[in-house]
Design a protein around this ligand. Structure first.
Ligand code: G3D
Ligand code: MG
Length: 198
C-alpha cells in the first residue's frame, strides 16, 4: 500500500520539462548565455566569465523560467563536436542558435551550420531562436544584417516559430526577452512535441 501511494504521489507531482539545445559555432557565447540564464533565473550564483573555458562535451542547466521547467543543453561547438549535435535533436523541444555578431569571417559558416540543423528531419517543427550575440561590442553586425543573412535559409524553416533577437550574453541585455519568446513558443508547440516528465 505504501508503495502504491508513493507511486501515485510520484506520478502526480512529476512536472513538465522542456529540453532546449543551445547551438552555435565555438566562441559564439553559448556557455556565457547558459551561465547568464542560470544567474538570472536559477541559483543566482554567477560564474566569473574568466572561468568559462571552451566546452568539450556538454554543460547542462535546469532552470525554471516563467513557470516552465527547462533543461538547457550547451553542447560544444567546435567543428568535430558538431557531428554530435544530431544525437540531441529528437529529444529537443527548441533550438537556440547563438551567433557571434562580431565574427564576420565565419558568418557564412554560421549560416551553413544552422541550415544543416534546421533541415534535419528530427528538428522539424520545433521553434528556432537565433540570437545575434555580443551586441555590446562596437564592431558587431547589426541585428538587421544578421536577419538578412538568415533570411536566405528562411524557406527551410517551414511553418515553425522562428525569430532573430539581439542580445549580449555577457551583459545580460536582451536575455529575458529571449527567454520570454522561448517559453511562449515551447508552450504553444507542446501538442506537437509534448514535454518530458521529470
Ligand atoms: P562558446 O561556449 O559558444 O564557445 P563562450 O562561447 O561562452 O565560451 O564565449 C566565448 C568568448 O566570447 C568569451 O571570451 C566570452 O566572454 C565572450 N562573450 C560571450 N558573450 C559575449 C557578449 O555578449 N559580449 C562580449 N563582448 N563577449 C562575449 P574570452 O575572452 O573568455 O574567450
Ligand atoms: Mg562553451
Amino acid at each position: 500500500m505504501y508503495h502504491l501511494i508513493k507511486g501515485i504521489y510520484y506520478e502526480l507531482t512529476r512536472e513538465d520539462e522542456y529540453s532546449v539545445l543551445i547551438l552555435g559555432l565555438d566562441n559564439a557565447g553559448k556557455t556565457t548565455l547558459l551561465e547568464k540564464l542560470k544567474s538570472i533565473y536559477g541559483s543566482g550564483k554567477e560564474v566569473n566569465p574568466d572561468k568559462i573555458v571552451p566546452t568539450v562535451g556538454q554543460n547542462v542547466g535546469h532552470i525554471r523560467i516563467n513557470s516552465i521547467n527547462l533543461k538547457l543543453w550547451d553542447v560544444g561547438g567546435q567543428d568535430m563536436l558538431r557531428t554530435l549535435w544530431k544525437e540531441y535533436y529528437a529529444e529537443a523541444h527548441a533550438i537556440v542558435f547563438v551567433v557571434d555578431s562580431t565574427d564576420r569571417a565565419r558568418i557564412e559558416e554560421c549560416r551553413h551550420t544552422l541550415q544543416t540543423v534546421i533541415t534535419d528531419e528530427d528538428t522539424e517543427g520545433i521553434p528556432v531562436l537565433m540570437l545575434a550575440n555580443k551586441q555590446d561590442r562596437d564592431d558587431s553586425l547589426e541585428v538587421e544584417d544578421i536577419k538578412e543573412i538568415f533570411n536566405r535559409i528562411a524557406e527551410n524553416l517551414g511553418a515553425r516559430d522562428s525569430r532573430v533577437l539581439p542580445i549580449s550574453a555577457l551583459k545580460g541585455t536582451g536575455v529575458t526577452e529571449a527567454a520570454d519568446w522561448l517559453t511562449v513558443r515551447l508552450a504553444r508547440n507542446r501538442q506537437y512535441r509534448p514535454p518530458d516528465k521529470r
